[in-house]
Design a protein around this ligand. Structure first.
Ligand code: BGC
Length: 750
């Protein structure tokens, strides 16, 4: 994604002499760490990418040799697998504390070599050879800990700034490439006349270096758009205080004002935007003309003609935003309603794109009963629309949709309310006090099913012909039911365990594997797999067809390896740029995240691989992730944090969903009946199965009652047995979970 391009610095011209700076020229960061890491057969770095350009560019060899030698030497000092595993053993045995977090953070940071200090003479030598300096700055983060607002992480280090300064003084042109899975400080680049161009290349997977070279050389015209707002400083984000306030809770005081919703709405906040949500430059230019917009049968449609007015072929992303009347609830000044990407347009070529969305999707959730309690309401007034190419660069359309009287679009009930969130932000930047109180959480019980077990045992593949699924489940003994709701040992190359598997009734075990950046198999299987671009990069394409194809291709490889369930995609909202797992997630906006996730799910499941949409929900911080309580209003939950999941569930029918490690409003998500049974199944009509995230220590009895069907990676049959005996659990409660697991396994069959 091209953020800056002064005087057409990019694309590079054939014959340009290049000096490649930055250790990521050689040690390119293909993706993030933890369960989302993948072991590919090779990683194409940026130097390799240019080497593939067949002599069109000359690269300063002494400088490249310096980085190669540096990386080779330093790689001997990065932690070995044994050292890393030994640290994890210590860390995992510790109760959560700052020291544990520091150890986790330091270990991940020590997995790659640090940036190199280049001797001044070498910079001089490179400058006497090359016209253009290409400086790649890289970042790495992983699950279990967050990034930090310090030099070398969110901010550029002194060494990086120094290199940029020296390059600016010596080279005609300086291009900075950012190789990071998440947003970092761009101020030293944006405002710096010594930097001509900035390409945010994210973490592009095993072919990332080649892709960067393609874009820099102009073989591919950049067409990505930011899925997040880049602010002028970390301190400008509304989350900066509560993100670090306490290790045991996270107060979502910014409420629905997340990302551009905050920057576009709160008085004065827009001044702090460096690169707005939806922004991205191209090597060509586009004109949008003849926009029309109207409403019919509850659907608003806008159409616009996009013409490539520049000199090279390219694609544009058209974005439609709405602004709802402030009313009694208060609204963001802009909310993304729909988007569409053009095909590749040749110079002079045009395409008319149409974008539509339901009027009702503009409704707000009234959690305090200011208009109608626990209802989605369209408040009366004028709804305005903005069409353009970023959240900041869009024009108000003539069409206005007027609601004469407050309209309830959906009456729901009170679910997942906060008890300890003291206040939340309003549209004018002030805060309203929220009601607090003693925590109470609903619990579910299942009615016994009247089906009878068949007289003779029926095997699984005869369900539907010899008996119904309900009758099949009746064949399970109590012990088998209790075993079945827990994960089973891995089979084949799987390393995260299996769902199902009951020999007596011929139920196959369905193997799971991580995601989301590719099929993650253990290194010692010796089976390299494709490392795809990180999720944020995929979202930055704003290209649902492409993401569908990536999902389908990934799933084909997954199926070839006899894996049935892919623990992907991950789709938590980028609430704060420092969340350690942002690289695994899509965006700060739930519509973009939801549409991209839906496309991924459809692609993956088209190859008969089950997805596991994760982490449901509010896994927006990694520090103390097992114990951190996400305190969030019902409104922000529904409009922001659950909305993407809701879109993916309704549009793509994911076969499984993984609950998260964190708590929501005082309750662990896997034990949360209101979340799983109330909202996910009850309101959205989710038909699949739900599993825990791996190794949560939550109460397995409570999980069954909440509707969390499977405990991973292993179950706790003894605890369930005790509960069955003392009446806290019934056979009916277990049967429902088992049935949902079986129905999922049934879908996997060809
Ligand atoms: C992660 C999940 C992952 C699981 C299995 C957990 O630590 O949070 O995203 O799928 O492990 O590896």
């Amino acid at each position: 994604m091209l953020l800056k391009n002064k005087n057409g610095a990019l694309p590079l011209k054939n014959g340009e002499r290049l000096a490649l700076f930055g250790k990521a020229t050689v040690e390119y960061i293909k993706g993030g760490g933890g369960s989302g890491d993948v072991y590919p057969p090779f990683v194409c770095n940026i130097a390799d990418g240019f080497a593939q350009k067949g002599g069109r560019f000359s690269v300063c060899q002494p400088l490249l040799d310096f980085y190669k030698a540096y990386v080779e030497t330093e790689q001997k000092n990065v932690l070995t697998d044994e050292q890393i595993n030994a640290t994890w053993d210590i860390v995992n045995a510790m109760e959560f504390c700052q020291k544990r977090d520091d150890m986790t953070y330091d270990t991940f940071q020590a997995m790659h070599v640090k940036e190199a200090a280049v001797p001044d003479e070498l910079i001089d030598e490179a400058a006497s050879f090359a016209d253009t300096a290409i400086i790649t700055l890289s970042r790495f983060s992983a699950e279990g800990t967050d990034r930090r607002p310090i030099p070398g992480d969110y901010y550029l280090s002194e060494l990086e700034r120094d290199l940029i300064r020296k390059a600016g003084e010596r080279f005609q042109k300086v291009v900075v490439v950012l190789n990071s899975g998440a947003v970092l400080d761009c101020e030293p680049l944006a405002e710096n006349d010594g930097v001509d161009a900035v390409l945010l290349g994210w973490q592009g997977g095993m072919a990332g270096g080649a892709a960067i070279a393609d874009v820099l050389c102009g073989d591919v015209c950049p067409c990505g758009k930011l899925p997040d707002t880049i602010a002028k400083s970390y301190d400008a984000y509304p989350t900066k205080d509560d993100f670090v306030e306490d290790l045991h809770y996270l107060n979502y005081t910014d409420d629905i004002y997340v990302g551009y919703r905050y920057f576009a709405t709160i008085p004065g906040a827009a001044d702090a935007i460096r690169y707005p949500f939806g922004f991205g430059l191209s090597y060509t230019s586009f004109a949008l003309a003849g926009a029309v917009c109207g409403e019919q049968d509850g659907v608003i449609t806008a159409a616009v003609r996009v013409t490539n007015t520049g000199k090279v072929s390219g694609r544009e992303v058209v974005q439609l935003y709405y602004s709802a009347p402030q009313g009694r609830l208060g609204k963001p000044a802009r909310q993304l309603a729909a988007f569409a990407k053009t095909k590749r347009l040749a110079p002079g070529e045009s395409e008319t794109v149409a974008l539509s969305f339901a009027v009702n999707s503009m409704a707000s959730f009234d959690d305090l009963g200011k208009v109608a309690a626990s209802a989605y309401v369209l408040e009366k007034g004028d709804y305005a629309f903005y069409l353009g190419v970023s959240s900041a660069e869009c024009n108000k359309l003539d069409f206005v949709y007027t609601v004469r009287e407050d309209r309830i679009t959906q009456q729901l009930t009170r679910l997942c309310r906060p008890f300890k969130l003291p206040r939340r932000m309003l549209a004018d930047g002030s805060f309203e006090v929220l009601p607090m109180g003693e925590e109470t959480h609903a619990l579910g019980r299942q009615q016994p099913c009247s089906a009878q077990a068949p007289e003779k045992p029926v095997p699984f593949d005869e369900v539907g012909t010899a008996c119904t699924m309900d009758e099949f489940v009746k064949q399970f003994t109590d012990e088998e039911l209790m075993d079945f709701v827990g994960g089973q040992p891995p089979t084949g190359v799987a390393n995260t365990g299996c769902f199902g598997g009951l020999k007596r009734l011929d139920v196959p075990a369905a193997a799971t594997a991580d995601g989301p950046a590719g099929l993650r198999l253990a290194k010692d299987t010796g089976i390299p797999t494709t490392a795809w671009p990180c999720a944020t990069l995929l979202a930055a394409t704003w290209d649902v067809d492409l993401v569908y194809r990536v999902g389908r291709a990934a799933a084909t490889e997954i199926r070839e390896n006899n894996i049935a369930i892919w623990l992907a995609p991950a789709m938590n909202i980028h609430r704060d740029p420092l969340c350690g797992r942002n690289f695994e997630y899509y965006a700060e906006d739930p519509l973009l995240a939801g549409k991209i996730a839906a496309a991924a799910v459809c692609g993956i499941q088209s190859a008969r691989v089950a997805v596991s949409l994760k982490h449901f929900a509010c896994n927006n911080k990694e520090v103390n992730r097992y114990g951190c309580d996400s305190r969030v209003s019902e409104r922000a939950l529904r409009e922001i944090y659950l909305k993407g999941f809701e879109i993916a569930v309704k549009e793509a029918d994911p076969w499984t969903i993984m609950t998260s490690y964190n708590l929501i409003n005082g309750q662990h998500t896997s034990e949360n009946y209101e979340l799983i049974t109330g909202i996910l199944r009850g309101e959205w009509g989710f038909r699949g199965m739900v599993e825990t995230d791996w190794g949560v220590k939550n109460d397995p009895v409570q999980e069954v009652l909440a509707g969390n069907d499977m405990k991973m990676p292993v179950g706790y049959p003894a605890d369930l047995k005790e509960a069955l005996e003392d009446g806290r659990l019934t056979r009916a409660d277990l049967e429902v979970c088992v049935k949902r697991i079986l129905e999922m396994i049934e879908k996997l069959a060809d």
